[in-house]
Design a protein around this ligand. Structure first.
Ligand SMILES: Nc1ncnc2c1ncn2[C@@H]1O[C@H](COP(=O)(O)OP(=O)(O)O)[C@@H](O)[C@H]1O
Ligand SMILES: C[C@@](O)(CCOP(=O)(O)O)CC(=O)O
Length: 447
């Protein structure tokens, strides 16, 4: 099993698509992908069970367009850096997803097939790929990146081109493997939303928090880890209005085409906001350290960033309603996060907010159909659970405790009740495992 986190963009979404810097941090909501090989003698098929979106589909392996993907002019290997989708290969996949009518499901299936055909072979073992995610879909929290990262890591592990991280693994090897996971996760992101900047998949692979910049799409991005990302008091609220990232990105592109000078100026201002925030987050002198006044400055930058996103046309009345309620309560500074057009907002909370004020606001959110998430920022990136065997404990009714070990089968995983059930069964913060438990490609490992 593999897992990868979602993310919040704290500053710089949309501008990051045009080569400006963005600051993003991993969140504790995650996707989990369990790969189960099918016993020998079973039909030679691959099956996707992505139950969150109602995708349950299989394809005979021999029928897939291997010839197109293995053609000498087209073949890409796990170590190749891929910056564009090949339109002929995208076309070769289309007949295999055309029976799926819903765009959400179709794009997830296309993402899987492009990665499977690129990284696998006709002799790959028939397998079932079961996915569950605790990240709300299309809400600005990087759900598509986190599933792309899971698929990239799982397929490369399955085909022996990655190793499960182990204590003492060389830092250079960890970084190389992270790079390969990220490279193919970016390909998956391109299948789902066309023209991604790569910030979402990068933070999902690395975890923690990063400053991300991609000036030239033919070159790798510049990614700087923020080692001591401050524990900002953030509130995450979902409008429950889904939207597609691809559409929001296309809307900004159109606006830039219509008003190039004005919109370039706005994107440039967003870049300045990100740079300014960085000087507060990474102070160069001790007296600039995280103080009351730096919280206020970070908050003001959040408010200004949101204003510019509104002007870019990517807010939504439901996002404005959240901002209005928060402003009215006077508890912090709010901006949309991710692509906007619905999705989620983040609020940086002021210090000393009264509990009664928070409770009253929470009630208002409930009444109006918004959902709040408890999440922490800056956790681990992509990880592997091998073997996937949980240690269970239960009172035996006679004053004792019964302990037993249980393999996380596909059935157990898919039947876990709701998001909490998934977290309780396989969550990365769960401690009782048989074997090593979750292991992560942590970039800071010893050389
Ligand atoms: N839990 C999931 N199961 C399957 N596919 C998913 C899941 N979460 C996200 N996806 C894929 O990602 C797409 C959403 O991507 P996107 O619009 O970029 O939203 P987000 O802001 O959450 O990344 C969905 O259409 C689907 O293809
Ligand atoms: C709008 C954008 O900057 C972030 C999109 O984030 P999300 O897909 O809404 O989680 C696009 C991108 O960086 O690819």
């Amino acid at each position: 099993m593999v897992s990868a986190p979602g993310k919040v963009i704290v500053y710089g979404e949309h501008a990051v698509v045009y080569g400006k810097a963005a600051i993003a941090a991993a969140i504790s909501l995650r996707s989990y992908l369990l790969v189960t090989p099918i016993p020998p003698g079973s039909p030679n098929t691959i099956t996707l069970r992505f139950t969150d979106i109602g995708l349950d589909h299989n394809w005979p392996i021999d029928n897939l367009p291997w010839a197109a993907f293995n053609h000498p002019d087209k073949k890409k290997y796990y170590f190749d850096e891929v910056r564009h989708l090949d339109p002929d290969l995208v076309d070769a996949i289309k007949p295999f997803t055309s029976s799926i009518s819903e765009k959400v499901i179709q794009s997830a299936a296309a993402c899987f097939l492009y990665l499977y055909l690129s990284l696998g072979s006709q002799h790959s073992p028939p397998s079932i790929y079961a996915l569950r995610s605790t990240i709300p879909i299309a809400a600005g929290l990087g759900s598509s990146a986190s599933i792309s990262v899971c698929l990239s890591a799982a397929l490369q592990l399955q085909h022996g081109t990655l190793t499960t991280p182990f204590p003492g693994m060389l830092k250079s090897e960890i970084l190389l493997q992270q790079k390969r996971i990220n490279n193919w996760a970016f390909v998956g992101e391109m299948c789902i939303h066309g023209n991604p900047s790569g910030v979402d998949n990068t933070v999902s692979v690395q975890g923690k928090a990063v400053v991300f910049k991609r000036r030239d799409y033919s070159l790798p991005p510049t990614v700087t880890s923020i080692e001591s990302f401050p524990e900002l008091p953030l509130m995450l609220v979902n409008t429950k209005t889904p939207r597609r990232t691809a559409e929001q990105v296309a809307n900004v592109k159109k606006l830039l085409g219509d008003y190039p000078v004005i919109v370039e100026g706005m994107l440039q201002s967003i870049d300045c906001i990100t740079q300014e925030a960085l000087t507060i987050i990474n102070p160069t002198s001790p007296e600039e350290d995280a103080t009351h006044s730096s919280l206020i400055r970070l908050g003001e930058l959040i408010r200004i960033n949101h204003g510019l996103l509104v002007s870019l046309g990517v807010s939504h009345p439901r996002l404005e309603r959240i901002r209005e309620l928060v402003d009215h309560a006077g508890i912090g500074w709010t901006k949309l996060t991710g692509a906007g057009g619905g999705g989620c907002s983040i609020t940086l909370l002021k210090s000393g907010v009264r509990k009664a004020t928070m409770d009253a606001l929470a009630e208002k959110f409930n009444e109006e159909g918004f959902e709040r998430y408890a999440t922490t920022l800056g956790g681990d990136g992509v990880g592997v659970l091998w073997p996937a065997v949980v240690r269970r404990k239960e009172e035996d009714g006679e004053g004792g405790i019964r302990v037993w070990d249980e393999v996380v089968t596909q059935e157990l995983f898919l039947e876990a009740k709701g998001l909490e059930g998934v977290e309780r069964l396989v969550g990365v913060s769960r401690v009782e495992w048989v074997g090593n438990g979750w292991r992560f490609w942590r970039g800071e490992a010893e050389e």
